[in-house]
Ligand binder design. Structure first.
Ligand code: SF4
Length: 416
């Protein structure tokens, strides 16, 4: 059996700066909610954040809050609160943890940021079903609770080719949000402002992609676990200058590591691709587990989900529609498999770990034979881990450890 060692994992120096801009983001939202100085929109993580910012909203992302509940290991205790009002334990555990925390009147923000004791109350909630239906139900609940409008974009899912008819429909749906947003915010839509915000968002996306793609180097200067932490600005601050400045800083640090052949996991021997959601409450444990076996989990579809290369300020609605529909999670298995194959190649991957997250079938891609098909086509071995993004009752740490150790041993034998 492959043996786990205590391993040094390199810390990213730019982390302090990221924490600062994230703190600024949460305090700005908190202040605006208190003073009613700016309108606040809640938005799904791959919803039309650029339009909301361009119309003067500050934007809160409930999934980000859900992930914080997971990472702080508060989620598991919150979920039963939502179960008790009819949201079952098998639906999205971001949803159940987030609504449960609201019902209990707690938030991880109050531990992280002095003076913040609740979420910023929304003036409007805006979703896109490109990722799943759960977001619509989740926002509908808060819409009733706060008595504010809930509006959204209905995107087809399981899409093979992102054709013109689909893009045109989504673009029109984004435009159709404007009258409600004007009414709620009291601000008139300004095309020039949308173009400005979209250009910033595109720049943020390009930099984020460069950051993630540094992991194509051997040894990799970055891990997937770093990515899950440092993706914060790409999710909640895209379309703003601080996110761009931050990724320039982070990229420079990673490029310096590459120049000096510095590995994020000392003695990197096995390069692993993570497919599916992270297990937020086990980021550190999983990072240690793999590093201790000389394995670097260095790339993932998950972190890549905030790369929007189709954004084009010269064609805002159409390009936003295309970017938000091209996403991996929206696509058919053939399109997903073609994408993963490109990633395996680019990142020079030795093995794939699929996380089958109990409460997120939408982002668990190993349930319909994908792992077996890809293994047959590429020869790259894979492992399926059963677990969950937030509900720690759905996973067995012992089982995960045993399976990962056996998997690394298999990779070792394969390398000869
Ligand atoms: S994609 Fe999965 S984790 Fe994300 S909101 Fe939907 S069900 Fe929840």
């Amino acid at each position: 059996m492959a043996e786990e060692k205590e391993k040094k994992r390199l810390k990213i120096k730019a982390t302090g700066q990221m924490q600062k801009i994230m703190a600024d983001y949460f305090y700005e939202l908190n202040d605006a909610a208190r003073d009613r100085s700016k309108p606040i929109a809640w938005c799904t993580s791959v919803g039309p954040a650029e339009l909301l910012r361009a119309m003067g909203f500050l934007v809160h992302f409930p999934e980000n809050h859900g992930a914080m509940l997971g990472a702080t290991r508060m989620a598991t205790d919150m979920i039963p609160e939502a179960n008790a009002i009819g949201y079952t334990p098998t639906i999205c555990s971001y949803l159940t943890a987030d609504i449960g925390a609201y019902l209990k009147g707690v938030t991880p923000l109050s531990k992280a940021y002095k003076g913040i004791d609740s979420l910023p109350k929304p003036d409007v909630l805006v979703f896109n079903t490109n990722q799943c239906r759960d977001v619509q139900d989740w926002f509908a609940w808060y819409g009733d609770e706060f008595n504010v409008p809930v509006i959204g974009i209905y995107t087809h899912r399981g899409v093979k080719d992102v054709g013109e008819a689909l893009v045109t429909s989504v673009a029109q749906q984004i435009k159709d949000l404007i009258p409600t947003l004007e009414e709620v915010s009291g601000n008139k839509f300004d095309m020039e402002e949308l173009k400005r915000v979209l250009a910033l968002s595109r720049e943020c996306s390009d930099l984020w992609q460069k950051v993630l793609f540094t992991a194509g180097t051997i040894p990799s200067p970055l891990t997937f676990f770093d990515g899950t932490i440092h993706m914060g600005p790409a999710v909640v601050l895209r379309g703003t200058q601080p996110a761009i400045d931050y990724y320039k800083l982070l990229l420079a640090e990673l490029e310096e590591r590459i120049e000096n052949h510095v590995a994020a996991v000392d003695g990197e021997k096995y390069r692993i691709y993570w497919e599916g959601m992270p297990v937020w409450g086990r980021l550190s444990a999983h990072s240690k587990l793999f590093a201790g076996l000389d394995a670097n989990v260095l790339a993932s579809t998950y972190c890549n989900s905030w790369i929007f290369s189709d954004f084009d300020e010269n064609d805002p609605f159409h390009s936003m529609a295309r970017a938000y529909t091209q996403l991996f999670i929206v696509r058919s298995d053939d399109a997903k498999e073609a994408y993963i194959k490109r990633m395996l190649d680019y990142f020079k991957v030795d093995g794939i770990v699929y996380h089958d997250a109990m409460t997120c079938p939408n982002n668990s891609n190993c349930r319909y034979g994908m792992a077996q098909r890809l293994e047959k086509e590429t020869g790259i071995p894979s492992l399926i881990i059963n677990g969950d993004l937030n509900d720690l009752r759905m996973l067995s740490d012992e089982q995960t450890k045993t399976n990962v150790e056996a998997f690394i041993e298999q990779l070792e034998e394969r390398k000869g």
